[in-house]
Ligand binder design. Structure first.
Ligand code: 5GP
Ligand code: ZN
Length: 118
């Protein structure tokens, strides 16, 4: 484990070393509620293995990325927002507002989501 991963808050959550309101987890991903929700439902889906951002996704990560998306739809269905609609977002890099540099997918729903986002 490198220094980044020792200090990364999402690695701590994935290892169970930091509390989080977890809705789903398996051997590849963890889904938990965002601490500062921007919608009635705001869930983060992270890979257990650290990657700084989508920019670090390698060809061998394609199955993992697909799994993250499928789990987003599974969680959306589980919490009852699949039919009314939800949004999946991956902020990548400082200009897109990425503040935690451990790859994560936002699942947002439970209200009308306007387009385009800011
Ligand atoms: P980003 O801005 O990088 O796309 O998203 C990071 C998200 O992580 C933010 O929405 C922020 O509220 C959330 N977050 C930051 N620290 C924590 C934490 O310790 N626990 C949880 N559950 N969410 C966090
Ligand atoms: Zn991490």
């Amino acid at each position: 484990m490198n220094t980044d991963e020792r200090e990364c808050i999402f690695c701590h959550i994935a290892r169970g070393d930091h509390p989080a309101d977890i809705l789903y987890q398996d051997d590849q991903v963890v889904a938990f509620k965002d601490i500062n929700p921007q919608a009635p439902w705001h869930i983060l889906i992270i890979p257990r293995e650290h990657r700084d951002s989508l920019n670090d996704a390698a060809p061998q990560d394609e199955a993992l990325l697909g799994h993250m998306l499928r789990i987003a739809s599974k969680v959306a269905n589980h919490i009852g927002i699949a039919k009314e609609g939800y949004r999946v977002v991956i902020n990548t890099g400082p200009r897109a507002g990425q503040s935690i540099f451990h790859l994560h997918l936002h699942l947002l729903g439970g209200r009308l989501l306007r387009w385009p986002p800011g």
